[in-house]
Ligand binder design. Structure first.
Ligand code: FAD
Length: 444
């Protein structure tokens, strides 16, 4: 295909959980008949969606203390769609997810009071999310109580309906399912997009693996979507605060299920949490820490230039970034996280912080120190000069750009349906979305 232009109706650029979900829904629930998923890596789901780059949590909003009731209701609806898909998987694919209990832990008088107030509202949305006291916590997660000061008050919200997901593996599965018995849905890996340009009423997409031409394009490259949007004159109202971080893994099994902690609603990050690793339940991952870094992809220094293009290329974006970084709550949070980066002292300080969950946890429990997490592209609204929670989709003329910080993976199907419906409108009545079939598979 190197020398000829490959013509398609819809090109989806980026094969993480977002792009793979859009590819799946477009291929299986519309009558558009030529769709390409284009990914620069050798496999799908290898960047932020990869299992060791994120927390593997299907976010419903019950244990996420920084979610509002509106955000929680919308997350619940989105995650239930993912659950419907997981429940339909073949037995051979069952290592993509695990069912587990989950908890939101409040520690100390102040947090317990905040938790109890929140719980009254959140129990309405999540009837199976119940308040439990120290005695019950000790039965479910003994290490939370063991070694804790008698005088320290604790309480938790508890649910048995937790889901742990390998979103990278799910991306692969969604895309593979889309190509089954469908020769018109094609996947191109090892294909890096270098430019997208308007041409002949559609788009010319130049890659290292040849040229594509598409009527409609959906860019699903996480942080990189904003860079391409700006190159085409869209998304000027946004910039990105790239937040990396690390996980610390305890080789001693200390938790049986996910345990999240209380967190300020002003921050778009979850508080420290402990999560049994999906592929090794004897390991518990703590984190992620949050460090601002000038890259759009972790372990990829070459993306420094891409960060400049997406966020520092114009005055408005640069000012908004500085304004956000100087906001007191965020600045304090980020400075605190910098401490954990200091050699020798940092991991020990982090282990001490994790004692909020497991009082007996020691630095020695962290097997090989830390592992790197992916990058959360926290969106900044340049007009309000404030951080914006969650994912966005920028709409251009016959082109969409998806930018997906957490909980983007949990919202993959719901966001995909939104993108697919918009894609259909670009074709002005030529194609349709089979809502009945979609509802049967994802909403019944
Ligand atoms: C530390 C951390 C913890 C998180 N925890 C959770 C969690 O518990 N639950 C949750 O729901 N979400 C979580 N998230 C968020 C979640 O990981 C992301 O929202 C999700 O993975 C985004 O998926 P994506 O497909 O948009 O991006 P990615 O998975 O990053 O996929 C983008 C794809 O685009 C490709 N690409 C980029 N540039 C090009 C190019 N030029 N040409 C071709 N392809 C290109 C990349 O190779 C990549 O495969 C977390 C994120 C982080 C960083």
């Amino acid at each position: 295909m190197k020398n000829e232009t490959k013509k398609i109706q819809v090109a989806i650029l980026g094969g993480g959980i977002t792009g793979s979900s859009i590819f799946h829904i477009l291929s299986k629930y519309t009558n558009i008949n030529s769709i390409a998923l284009i990914e620069k890596a050798g496999k799908l789901g290898e960047i932020n969606s990869k299992e060791n780059n994120n927390s593997q949590t299907l976010h419903f909003g019950d244990i996420e203390a920084n979610y509002s009731t509106e955000k929680a209701s919308s997350s619940k609806e989105a995650s239930q769609m993912v659950v419907r898909y997981l429940e339909r998987l073949d037995k051979k694919d069952c290592d993509i997810y695990k069912k587990s209990h989950k908890m939101l832990l409040a520690v100390g008088e102040k947090e317990v009071a905040t938790f109890e107030k929140r719980q009254n509202e959140f129990e309405q949305i999540f009837p199976n999310f119940k308040k439990i006291t120290k005695e019950k916590i000790a039965k479910i997660e003994p290490e939370i109580v063991s070694g804790r000061k008698q005088s320290e008050k604790i309480m938790a919200g508890y649910s048995e309906d937790g889901w742990v997901v390998d979103f990278g593996a799910l991306a692969k599965n969604l895309a593979q399912e889309a190509t089954k018995n469908n020769p018109n849905a094609e996947i191109f890996t090892n294909t890096k997009v270098t430019s997208i340009a308007k041409k002949d009423g559609g788009f010319e997409i130049i890659t290292n693996n040849g040229i594509f031409w598409a009527d409609v394009v959906v860019v699903a490259m996480c942080s990189h979507s904003l860079m391409f949007a700006k190159e085409l004159g869209y998304g000027e109202e946004y910039s990105i605060l790239p937040v990396g971080g690390n996980f610390y893994t305890s080789s001693r099994k200390v938790l049986n299920g996910k345990v999240y902690t209380m967190q300020s609603g002003k921050l778009p990050f979850a508080g420290v949490h402990g999560d049994p690793n999906i592929h090794n339940e004897n390991e518990t991952r703590f984190g992620p820490t949050a460090n601002v870094m000038p890259f759009l992809e972790r372990n990829n220094i070459a993306t420094f230039g891409d960060f400049l293009k997406s966020t520092l290329s114009d005055k408005q974006s640069a000012i908004a970034l500085l304004k956000v970084l100087s906001e007191k709550t965020l600045l304090t949070f980020l400075l605190k996280n910098l401490i954990y980066e200091i050699p020798y002292f940092g991991p020990r300080a982090y282990a001490k912080m994790c004692q909020k969950i497991i009082p007996t946890l020691r630095y020695e429990d962290f097997k090989n120190g830390k592992t790197k997490a992916g990058i959360r592209p926290q969106l900044i609204n340049n007009k309000t000069q404030k951080l914006q929670m969650g994912e966005i989709e920028i709409e251009g003329e016959k082109i969409l750009f998806n930018i997906t910080p957490s909980p983007g993976a949990s919202a993959c199907i719901k966001n995909a349906v939104k993108s697919v419906n918009k894609t259909i409108t670009f074709f002005e009545g030529k194609y349709s979305f089979d809502e009945t079939a979609f509802k049967k598979d994802f909403l019944s």
